[in-house]
Design a protein around this ligand. Structure first.
Ligand SMILES: Cc1cc2nc3c(=O)[nH]c(=O)nc-3n(C[C@H](O)[C@H](O)[C@H](O)COP(=O)(O)OP(=O)(O)OC[C@H]3O[C@@H](n4cnc5c(N)ncnc54)[C@H](O)[C@@H]3O)c2cc1C
Length: 407
């Protein structure tokens, strides 16, 4: 079996350079992420060049010299604007490709087939968030149904999907749970039914804390009313939330009462920056821990709590942090949790050396695999860059360590 060189380290020099800038300079990181975020909306080369110059003023010296010289030689009216714009788009899409398995299903199924051939399992996430109309929510439902229909003709496995309930309804607001329910009920049930008919599995992802209770309530209600004995469903607990233990205990009580396990995917949480900023803006108590060590300790406590109930539920330990994975392995051994009761999960394109290391321990590894176009995928890309370049990130620390060792 050929072990892959980590994709993040295979990245083109420029893409690695961008990640390095993000890691070394917080102000530059903000500007790069803002620019990436608005890039899909820029239609002409002239607009791209204009925005590049506005986001990275040449005189400010923010950008490294070679890039400043290149931009200085370009005017929005010159023919070179086209070349600069296309090089910029190319660099950003190459970065996005590090974290996305394909822009369309055909490309994605090819990549998933390779991963499965190497002994990994996958969960497919259709990119896009913040659905802004009912028609869009309907289209999302159709696209998930299409993935389920197509899966078996491309792959030998059964469909495994990760989806966000907010993509299936508009509006999806905690202030109107019944309104959200009226839309979620038919769409979510159709997806679940179609997946189960193919022997498949559906995991409900977790988003901002504002949507947490609505997401859990609607998932539980769907299962209680329509699929009472069904186990092929997963939910997510975010360890960075200060009340995550209480929520996990409530979830465990519900799972025990329904007498059929569900999978609980334990993550640290992907919306740390926005949760902190939003609570500051609104003057509300911050819902997340603000010391990384507190989130790490919470992740360990929740790992212990979930493994103590491994008879009633299935556990997905979703992290790239080797220490957390080692803790889970030790807990599983201590409590004699059978391997069929838990698995490790990692994000596509991140921590591939870690994927292989866990795989070698004969622990099932599932790769969360995003599929979709660059434009709806931009928010996802920004979160991945934030994670890869934050100094609190296990992977970023590793990458820097790797670079220091190489020099
Ligand atoms: C398979 C898979 C599925 C996922 N699904 C979801 C999902 O549905 N919803 C979701 O929200 N996330 C999800 N994530 C992302 C996850 O929440 C993390 O953002 C990501 O995995 C990085 O955390 P880590 O444990 O891998 O590594 P680490 O690098 O050890 O931890 C980084 C994390 O620590 C936390 N953190 C960073 N700085 C601080 C600080 N100053 N104080 C306190 N905490 C801090 C943040 O949560 C940050 O993401 C998923 C991850 C995986 C692997």
């Amino acid at each position: 079996m050929e072990e892959a060189i980590p994709r993040i380290q295979q990245a083109h020099r420029w893409e690695m350079q961008i990640l390095r800038w993000c890691m070394s300079d917080a102000a530059l990181r903000t500007q790069i992420l803002r620019f990436i975020d608005c890039l899909p909306a820029l239609e002409s080369p002239r607009e791209v060049v204009q925005h590049l110059k506005e986001y990275f003023p040449l005189r400010s010296g923010v950008l490294p010299l070679p890039l400043r010289l290149g931009l200085a030689a370009t005017s929005p009216r010159l023919i070179t604007a086209g070349a600069v714009a296309s090089a910029t788009r190319h660099t950003v899409s190459t970065m996005a490709r590090l974290f996305l398995a394909g822009a369309d299903l055909k490309e994605a199924f090819g990549r998933i087939g390779q991963l499965e051939g190497q002994g990994f399992q996958v969960s497919v996430d259709l990119l896009g968030e913040a659905t802004t109309s009912q028609a869009e929510a309907q289209r999302y439902t159709q696209r998930y149904l299409e993935i389920i229909r197509e899966w078996r003709s491309h792959l030998s496995s059964t469909p495994h999907l990760s989806l966000k309930l907010s993509s299936l309804a508009f509006p999806f607001e905690p202030v109107d749970p019944e309104g959200a329910w009226r839309q979620i009920r038919p769409r979510f049930s159709r997806i679940l039914q179609a997946a189960f008919e193919q022997g498949g599995f559906v995991n409900v992802d977790m988003e901002q804390v504002a949507l947490r209770d609505l997401t859990l309530t609607l998932t539980q209600r769907t299962l209680d009313e329509q699929f009472p004995g069904e186990s092929r469903v997963g939910v997510v607990i975010q360890a960075y939330l200060k009340d995550s233990e209480e929520v996990t205990r409530g979830l465990i009580r519900w799972v025990i009462s329904r007498k059929a396990p569900v999978t609980v995917r334990l993550v640290r949480g992907a919306y740390w920056d926005s949760e902190v900023i939003r609570s500051r803006q609104l003057g509300w108590p911050c819902p997340v821990y603000t010391e990384k060590a507190e989130t790490d300790a919470s992740f360990d406590r929740l790992t212990d709590l979930l493994f103590e109930h491994h008879d009633h539920l299935r556990i997905a330990v979703a992290t790239h942090n080797l220490r957390s994975i080692a803790h889970a392995i030790a807990k599983a051994q201590e409590l004699r949790a059978p391997q069929s009761h838990w698995e490790a999960q990692l994000l596509y394109g991140m921590g591939e050396a870690i994927q292989w290391a866990i795989h070698r321990h004969r622990i099932p590894v599932r790769i969360y695999t995003p599929v979709g176009e660059l434009i709806p995928g931009m928010a996802y890309l920004v979160r991945r860059i934030l994670e890869n370049s934050s100094h609190n990130s296990f992977l970023a620390a590793n990458l820097l360590e790797h670079e220091r060792a190489a020099h």
